[in-house]
Ligand binder design. Structure first.
Ligand SMILES: NC(=O)c1ccc[n+]([C@@H]2O[C@H](COP(=O)([O-])OP(=O)(O)OC[C@H]3O[C@@H](n4cnc5c(N)ncnc54)[C@H](OP(=O)(O)O)[C@@H]3O)[C@@H](O)[C@H]2O)c1
Length: 268
């Protein structure tokens, strides 16, 4: 029998997952139940996707078999307290909450419920998300398959060990902001060279998108690709010399290390 889907919280990330479910056509959206405390947002979701919205998380916990926990980290404890008595072994909770470990979730949601931890990213809103999946011991293979198929409609998925989640949070979870910063830097550099801001942004964005698409399609080695573009004495080589001399890679590594350290701190 098909699992009935639910959500605790109908924010940005929950919407991305619903969009993917809608695009895949694998669920009747009228059967998806979203608990959302902010009523204008609940109405918006019901209108946009024809999902069922309810104001209390208890209702979603009762109605759904597989429920995405998609509230902000600071709201998790309040949700858990309310739904814990309703979470039997028949229920699967899929947490997309940053920094909350399976052990913490287990304490909050009780011993019975089947748990899966996911670290998604905002790119799932464009169906190019990267979602890391880590099942708790009592989650079944079918649970993992279900979550991978739902999130797979919103991009790529990988089943990873929980010890990697701080690194994953830094790289793919926070990564969209880091890439947007790079795009901003490229666009601002273009403006300094005389381009109009909208033209510079378009050029920067399409270059990022196109490069990633080509690298994925070709599977090219990154070093060889860079060497191929940066012919000796040419324009790219002149720019790469500056990038290499500026310690750019160290800056990126420190950025990721800071994000991972913060993720570890929040998880305590
Ligand atoms: N955004 C990202 O890039 C990203 C990446 C990786 C992981 N995540 C994780 O994804 C989760 C969701 O993030 P988001 O950006 O989608 O957050 P969001 O847009 O703020 O959505 C959370 C929603 O849950 C609602 N809510 C809070 N408490 C509730 C309750 N007791 N019952 C019902 N609804 C409740 C909130 O309503 P109110 O506004 O009224 O509080 C809000 O609409 C977070 O835990 C975050 O760590 C986010």
């Amino acid at each position: 029998m098909k699992k009935k889907l639910g959500f605790f919280g109908a924010g940005k990330m929950a919407e991305g997952i619903v969009q993917a479910v809608a695009a895949a056509g694998s669920y009747d959206l009228k059967e998806v139940v979203m608990a959302e405390s902010y009523q204008p947002r609940a109405k918006e979701m019901a209108k946009r996707y024809r999902v069922k919205t309810v104001s209390d998380v208890e209702q979603a916990a009762k109605e759904a078999d597989a429920i995405f926990l998609s509230v902000k980290p600071q709201d998790v404890a309040a949700v858990a307290e309310r739904v814990k008595p309703l979470l039997t072994t028949k229920k699967l909770v899929v947490s997309i909450v940053a920094g909350k470990s399976l052990a913490t979730l287990r304490k909050m949601f009780g011993a019975k419920v089947r748990l899966i931890r996911v670290m998604p990213n905002l790119a799932l809103r464009a169906k190019e998300g990267m979602c890391a999946i880590c099942p708790a011991k009592n989650a079944t293979k079918a649970d993992v398959k279900l979550v991978a198929s739902i999130l797979g409609a919103a991009g790529q998925t990988a089943v990873l060990k929980e010890k990697d989640f701080d690194a994953v949070t830094a790289l793919s979870g926070s990564g969209p902001a880091f890439f947007a910063f790079m795009e901003e830097a490229m666009a601002e550099g273009g403006v300094k060279l005389g381009l109009k801001p909208d033209v510079a942004r378009k050029l920067a964005e399409q270059t990022m998108l196109g490069t990633a698409a080509y690298l994925r399609q070709s599977g090219a080695d990154l070093g060889e690709f860079i060497a191929g573009v940066a012919t000796k004495g040419g324009t790219t080589a002149a720019g790469m010399d500056v990038m290499r001399a500026s310690g750019f890679k160290n800056i990126v590594a420190s950025t990721l290390a800071a994000a991972a350290a913060r993720s570890a701190e929040l998880g305590k």
